[in-house]
Design a binder for this molecule. Structure first.
Ligand SMILES: [Ca+2]
Ligand SMILES: [Ca+2]
Ligand SMILES: [Ca+2]
Ligand SMILES: [Ca+2]
Length: 471
């Protein structure tokens, strides 16, 4: 309607102008308002004239002149185009007219046309929101996917530039929720991949294989405080109760003469300062000897006891205790070389053998003695507690022969037995933990004198004490 009105006005103006001076002011005003302007008077007039002719005559002559003019059919638009073209002398992107090297021109960004008048395409480096692009960096970038969506872990698009090695939209069996490949030890827990935890290595709660740290699962996790996983010497809490020996064979680290200790030497103990050794076979003569740590004899005693053992309630403590031949009583050394009653060991099953060495288990706080392949236990007051069968005792050479059968020591959480040159260690459950050979120490006196003192296994060889640092 506006167009028609404008056209009519123009026609009227022209007619009026042509016919005379009926209303010249109006005509001039019209021309000015249609922005033809003075500069383009001639062309404006021409086109205006043409437009009016076209409008009047119909389509016959419309193609002859500027088609755009008639198609846009606005006198105003026509004159504006002409005007601008005249000013710059080249195509203008954004004017809605496809000219020059413009592939399109939709007067700004459209779904098919970029703001720079190129055809919109994802990957052309021109961000076109009208075309649904969130971004367009020309190719995959850290912030933009190849399909012109914003890069995000979890969008299902693998964006390597953003550091993604996978993106399944969520955690899957092969992809972590941080868009990295599944790996045990990467610090990202992926339950779909069977990881219970992942602390990037063993931790207090997680094993190196990404399963929960647990005592009994077969994996020793030191970070979780586990020392072992089952087997001899390992407690139910995965702690070592009795360690393996440090070597398969030992020479003595310490040797010193028995002194005037009457035969046969049966036991030696350490009170924290000195060694004390006793002998058996008779109650008469020198039955107890005190040695300095270097083995020098400090004193000799005739306590009138036929000893079978001397021991401390914990290596390096005092007072020392002792057991005599065929006696159910435990003796205590009140003064150097003087022994008195301490406790009576209640009857046991199997019975305490006459010659058995009684010693102290300072882990379990019990008196112990070996009898028929079992370790008998009594409380400190002599109450019989029970027995622990040594599993497989007797399979070692000479283990069933006296005096191996009477000798028992306790050290480093282990029961210790000795036969034919071989020392065996047993854990609190009675499992044999380890064996080792003690050099040149398989005589009767060695087997009868097995002891643990000052952190070492001791054996007498008839003339000397031999100390072996086996742990
Ligand atoms: Ca684009
Ligand atoms: Ca992604
Ligand atoms: Ca992981
Ligand atoms: Ca474990």
């Amino acid at each position: 309607m506006k167009t028609e009105a404008a056209g009519l006005t123009l026609i009227a103006g022209l007619l009026l102008g042509a016919c005379g001076d009926f209303a010249p002011a109006e005509a001039e005003t019209d021309e000015g308002s249609t922005s033809t302007g003075d500069a383009s008077t001639s062309s404006g007039e021409a086109s205006t004239g043409t437009a009016s002719v076209t409008t009047d005559d119909g389509s016959t002559t419309s193609t002859t002149q500027t088609g755009e003019d008639s198609s846009s059919s606005s006198g105003t638009a026509t004159s504006t185009d002409t005007d601008t073209d005249t000013d710059t002398g080249g195509p203008v992107c954004g004017d809605g007219v496809v000219e020059g090297d413009e592939a399109c021109d939709d007067r700004g960004e459209s779904a098919r046309c970029n703001v720079d008048c190129t055809i919109s395409e994802c990957g052309d480096g021109v961000h076109n929101e009208a075309a649904g692009e969130s971004c367009d960096d020309g190719a995959e970038s850290e912030s933009c996917n190849a399909d012109c969506t914003a890069a995000a872990c979890g969008d299902g698009q693998i964006n390597e530039a953003a550091g993604e090695t996978c993106d399944d939209g969520a955690q899957t069996q092969t992809c972590d929720d941080d868009c990295t490949a599944v790996e045990c030890g990467d610090g990202v827990t992926n339950e779909d991949a069977g990881e219970t935890c992942d602390d990037a290595g063993p931790s207090k709660t997680c094993d190196a294989d990404c399963s929960a740290a647990e005592c009994g699962d077969g994996t020793i996790n030191a970070a979780a405080g586990e020392e072992c996983e089952g087997g001899p010497g390992c407690t139910d809490a995965c702690l070592i109760s009795c360690p393996a020996f440090a070597a398969e064979m030992f020479d003595p680290q310490v040797t010193f003469a028995l002194g005037d200790l009457a035969p046969a030497a049966v036991s030696i103990a350490w009170d924290g300062t000195d060694y004390w050794a006793v002998s058996g076979g008779s109650a008469a003569g020198t039955r107890a000897v005190q040695y300095a740590e270097d083995g020098t004899v400090q004193a000799s005693f005739e306590p009138g006891v036929d000893f079978r053992s001397i021991f401390a309630q914990g290596d390096g403590t005092s007072p020392l205790r002792a057991r005599a031949f065929d006696d159910d009583d435990v003796l205590v050394m009140d003064m150097p070389g003087v022994f008195s009653f301490d406790a009576t060991l209640a009857p046991s099953d199997p019975a305490l053998a006459q010659a058995a060495a009684v010693v102290w288990d300072d882990e379990a706080d019990v008196f112990i003695a070996l009898s028929q392949g079992a370790v008998l236990q009594w409380g400190a007051d002599g109450t019989f507690v029970g027995g622990v069968a040594l599993s497989g005792y007797g399979t070692g050479a000479g283990e069933l022969d006296f005096p191996s059968t009477r000798s028992l020591a306790f050290g480093q959480g282990c029961y210790l037995t000795y036969a034919e040159g071989v020392l065996s260690s047993w854990d609190p459950q009675g499992q044999r933990v380890d064996t080792t050979t003690l050099e040149a120490a398989s005589t009767f006196e060695s087997e009868v004198s097995l002891s643990f003192a000052n952190g070492m296994v001791f054996l007498a060889d008839g003339t000397s004490w031999r100390g072996f640092d086996v742990f």
